[in-house]
Design a protein around this ligand. Structure first.
Ligand SMILES: [Zn+2]
Length: 62
């Protein structure tokens, strides 16, 4: 632990690889994994595979 970023361990939450740059660490994803994550989320939304319960946790518009 470097102690540079508190609360984050500096590993990609998707593949577990060590993250090098601060932006990736803040995201919790490596650049490639973040793109994949966004694409997957988008596709899941389109297919309506996210349940109402998941959306309730993400959106607070009501
Ligand atoms: Zn990754």
């Amino acid at each position: 632990m470097s102690g540079l970023v508190s609360g984050l361990d500096g590993n990609c939450v998707r593949c577990g690889r060590k993250l090098k740059d601060i932006k990736s660490i803040e995201r919790g994803f490596g650049k490639t994994c973040y793109k994949k994550y966004l694409k997957e989320t988008e596709e899941r939304m389109k297919k309506n595979q996210i349940s109402v319960f998941d959306l309730r946790g993400l959106k607070n518009d009501r």
